[in-house]
Each structure stands twice: as C-alpha cells, then as structure tokens.
Design a protein around this ligand. Structure first.
Ligand code: COA
Length: 373
C-alpha cells in the first residue's frame, strides 16, 4: 500500500488558491483576505460575489454596474423555460438546477472568445429564476414573470418564491446566509468543478458537476437533513432522548462535524444569531430551542460542533423557504465561489489525474464464455 494514500484526500494539498482560506492558522475563514465576520456583518452578497468573481471589492460605481448587469441577466430564454416546464413537481429542486444549468449551457454555450465572467454572472443571476420558474409552473401551472423589482439576489429569491416583497429581516438574513455559503476553498463540489475545468471543458459542465456533488447529504444536502431532524421533535427533551438513541445506533447527525474544522465552524455562530433573531421576531422558539439542545448533546456526547448547515435550517424555515430549497439556495450562493475557482483553474491549468492503489485480483487467464463454470 502506498504510504501517501489518504482516504477522502484528507489533508492532501491538491492545488493553490488565492480565493479563500479555511481554518488556516492566524487567518481562519477569509475570502481574498477579508474575514468572514467582517463580510457577514458589513457587506452585501453582491459585494462578496464581485469580490470572489472579479477579485476585488467593488467601488460604489462598480457595484452599481455589477448589480444592474445581474438584474439584466435574470430572465430565462424561452428554450430553458420549455425544458423547466417538462420537469415534474416531484423532482428534487437540485435536479432542476442541475438540469437548468446544463440546458443553459446548450442554449447559450461558451463559444470562441466567450467571456467567462459573463457566463459566471449569467449563472449567478439566473439560478433563482430557474428554480422559481419551475417551482410555480410545476406546482400550480403558473408561468411567473421573472421581474421581481428587487435589487438584491436575496430579495429577488424571496420575492419570486412568495409572490410579494419580503420582510426586511428576511431579506437581510438570507443575504447574510448567501455570504456565508458563497465560498469555502477546496470543498467537494468546488474540487469537482475544478477537476472538470482542468480537462478544458466548458463553464456549464464544471458547474453542473459541482451541483451534482453538492447535492449529497455529506455536503450541501446536510441543511435539508438537519431541518428534517429538528422538525421531527416536539420539545428539547424529546430531541435529547431521540438523539441519544440515534447516537447509540451510530447514526450520523447531519449538520455536525467537518473535515477541516476540528473545534468549530466560524460560520455557525453567525447563522445561529440570525436563527435566534428570526425566531424571536416570529415568536416561534421551538425549532431554535430544539437546535440548541441538539448542539449541547452533540458537544457533550461526541465533542462535535454544528457546521453552517445546522442553524441554517431553522433560519431558512423561518424565512418561509421550503426544505427542499435549502440546498438550491446554497447553489445560488456558491456559484460565486465555483466561478472564481473555475476562472482560477483555467488561469494556471494542469489536468487533475491522480492514481489509485490497486486492490483487485492478480493477473489471470481469460476464459472463453462457453468454458466458464
Ligand atoms: N454525527 C455523528 N458522528 C459523526 C459526525 C456526525 N455528524 N461527524 C463525524 N462523526 C464521527 C464519525 O462517526 C467518526 O466516528 P468513528 O471514528 O467513531 O467512526 C468520526 O466522527 C470521524 O468521522 P468521519 O465521517 O470519518 O470524518 P470526516 O472528516 O470524513 O467527516 C463530515 C466530515 C462532514 C463528512 C462528517 O462530519 C459528517 O458526515 N457530518 C454530517 C454531514 C454534514 O453535516 N455535512 C456538511 C459538512 S459542512
């Protein structure tokens, strides 16, 4: 066995990046040098998306131009709407986004001389449109107009979802959550986007790979699973009882633990505060109190801490977002980080092609089909 083999590539440096640091000593979580705490408290998601995709925080004028470009790129081509109308209401919204991204790549392919920054902005602007165009058509046959009148992506998403202007608190909570979800170094979906980009494939293929990778419950899908868990308990005491039984059965509790962070996820206290604020504003504390108890039990029993997905669940629920849309909202944010990584990969490309330790049979003779026992 090769000594350098690390299951799941744990601890393996698989490339260089100037986009973010995750859990690095003395740095923590930063996007292009800015701390996540500062960005989540003071920036808007549009500023952060500009920072990630274009490499710098925008001046006021640049931000205005960027936001205007995004608003102008929200509408969907007729061909994509026709594809979305074919997808059943029973489809998982992640499958809708994966299909929508792939279809857009066929309708508006990256051609010779295509501007990859425009492709990134097009996907960033149009994911909420794809998701909610499909959602309303599949569930009540309505072909919505994409124009929400909302400037921010957070407001646009909520307005398209609910068919009315969102409450300011909800708009701000979703905006902060998009910032937290926007980027996270060489996580599985970003790595998968970079692997696809490294073959010199197109932008949409790289993002489609990433969406498929994000979908699983060990990655982005954890926020949906966390919601199913916390909403299944009527009280903190019941949560504690059931959780102990789950741990005794060696079940994994989604929304806890992390491959890189070993003591805490710096994004978790930020989204937890939003969850508390939203719970207090709604006068509905049950999900929050159940979540807090689960956090205590996980710490006490397993030494495990909540990751970003855990308190995102109650926060999104309190903003009226359906559970199956939690991971798609993650896509709407992470497209900023994926785009930055695809652009970075292309700028200094080398094909990803690792090797494997072989564990199969020794070389043996082929036996013709008629002579096999
Ligand atoms: N619930 C219960 N036990 C957990 C756990 C969780 N969420 N996360 C890790 N553990 C335990 C494992 O069972 C394992 O215990 P063991 O050594 O007794 O078998 C140990 O901690 C190491 O876990 P492992 O899955 O090998 O670590 P990893 O580095 O591969 O895991 C995750 C990282 C994120 C995949 C893992 O923590 C997990 O599955 N979490 C839940 C899914 C999730 O929230 N994903 C979103 C990540 S942001």
């Amino acid at each position: 066995m090769n000594k350098s083999y690390s299951p799941g590539l744990e601890g393996v440096v698989a490339g260089e990046t100037a986009i973010s640091t995750v859990g690095k000593k003395g740095k923590g979580l930063t996007y292009r040098g800015y701390s996540i705490n500062d960005l989540a408290a003071q920036a808007t998601f549009e500023e952060v998306a500009h920072l990630l995709i274009h490499g710098r925080l925008p001046a006021r004028e640049d931000l205005l131009l960027f936001s205007n470009r995004l608003m102008a790129l929200r509408d969907l081509p007729a061909g994509l709407k026709a594809v979305l109308e074919q997808l059943p209401g029973s489809a998982h919204p992640m499958d809708v986004l994966r299909t929508g991204c792939s279809a857009l790549g066929a309708i508006e392919p990256e051609g010779a001389g295509a501007d990859q920054y425009r492709t990134a902005e097009r996907l960033l602007a149009s994911f909420p449109s794809m998701l909610l165009y499909w959602y309303h058509y599949a569930h009540d046959g309505r072909r919505i107009t994409i124009d929400s009148g909302e400037e921010s992506l957070a407001g646009h998403f909520l307005a398209l979802l609910h068919g009315k202007a969102p409450e300011e608190l909800h708009r701000r909570a979703v905006d902060a959550s998009l910032i937290l979800y926007a980027e996270h170094e060489f996580n599985a979906s970003t790595f998968s986007a970079r692997v696809t980009a490294s073959t010199l494939s197109d932008f949409h293929s790289a993002v489609t790979s990433a969406i498929g990778t994000l979908r699983g419950p060990l990655h982005g899908g954890a926020n949906e699973e966390a919601m199913r868990l916390i909403s299944s308990f009527a009280s903190p005491d019941e949560a504690e009882r059931e959780l102990l039984a789950m741990l005794a059965r060696k079940e994994k509790i989604m929304g806890f633990g992390h491959r890189v962070y070993k003591k805490m996820d710096p994004r978790s206290p930020i989204i937890q505060k939003w969850s508390l604020r939203l719970s207090e504003a709604a006068g509905a504390m049950q999900l929050y109190e159940v979540s807090e108890r689960i956090e205590k039990v996980m710490q006490r029993e397993k030494g495990l801490f909540p990751n970003l997905d855990f308190y995102s669940a109650s926060a999104y629920h309190l903003c009226g977002i359906p559970t199956t849309m939690f991971t798609p909202v993650f896509v709407c944010a992470r497209i900023a980080g994926w785009s930055a990584h695809i652009i970075e990969q292309r700028a200094a490309n080398r094909l990803f092609r690792p090797i494997a330790d072989y564990t199969g049979p020794e070389p043996r003779d082929y036996v013709p089909v008629g002579e096999r026992g």
